[in-house]
Design a protein. Sequence first.
Length: 400
Amino acid sequence: MSDERILTNEELETQEFEKQLENYLVSTVHTGRRVTGTVEQITETEVRINIPGYKGVGIIPVDELSDEPVDPENMLKIGDEVTAVVTKPNDLEGFAMLSKKRIDSVVNMGIVRDAFENNTILSGKIVQIIKGGVLVSTNAVRVFVPASLASLRYVADLNSLLNSDVNLKIIEFDEKKNRATGSIKAVLAEEYKEKEAAFWSTTEEGKAYSGVVKSITNFGAFVDIGGIDGLVHITELSWSRIKHPSDVIKIGQEIDVYIKSLDKEKKKISLGYKKDSENPWNTFSATAQINDIVECKIVRLVPFGAFAEILPSVDGLIHISQIANKHIAKPEDELSVGMVVSAKIIELDLEKKKISLSMRELLAPEERKASEDEEEASAEDSAVTEEAATEEPAAEEVTE
């Protein structure tokens, strides 16, 4: 005897109805319904989806694939399984318009919400600069980051951050409006603290680093030496005189520096850039001697003489008394900036980096003697004149 129970007519009718209802629901689509199918065709403008049980075709326009611009052929391939939501059914013509990005948006917004609740870090890219800040795309969700939280330091031009890969934390999340606000600075600040602690525990004066120029000011350049910034003063950038740090380096350039001095309490770092091997004073001092004759260029005129460049950054002073074989009122009477002259080294203090030069010493002996006599006579005349000017006039005789 069989254990199978014979169904009543009423039970048979119920089963038939449920089967027909299931077939109906599968074979029809309606707005808002979530469907899953496989990719059967990809074009530049749309992706066609085969939905099991549905006699028509599901179509995802390219702008409904993602919130970000995408190439359908790079995003999907034939046979991929895709879940989408119906946006516009048309059973009469046998197709249904679908949206993949709306489904993704719900899922991805959930990821952002979880990151907010759990204080976790998300990765993304700055995709747009807007008033007051930037938009970061993370998991296909655009998160607003205020300008003050877009970097560890103030950024004058936010466009410089465009297309940068960043990490951020979600600091505000509006469930009703599905809006999120993030902070890139919060992540950078934590990373900086870790790098700073490691740096100060190992660094020392004289230690060399390969750094990247982060910013330039009138007085120098800030260089990133592994997450920590140090200052290279303008005087440390070149042995030669420069008007601005940008004459030597540029932002983003990788340069070799060394720790010149440290202030661990104030967390300040002074960096050196120019090398002792390139110091022109070393080159000069190796061979220079008193009485050497040098070719030099007048670079500056002052009331008491002229400064002349012997080598780049090596200057000597030609005192006004050592310029000519005659008395002159001012250096401009004989010299001008840019003029190249010959001079003799008459004093040399390498320790203090002071050089005294004389053009007059190169004159013929008789010319120097005539000049000296002229100066002595001029000095005597001045003394007589001064003495006469100070004498009291004789009293006038009184006559009757």
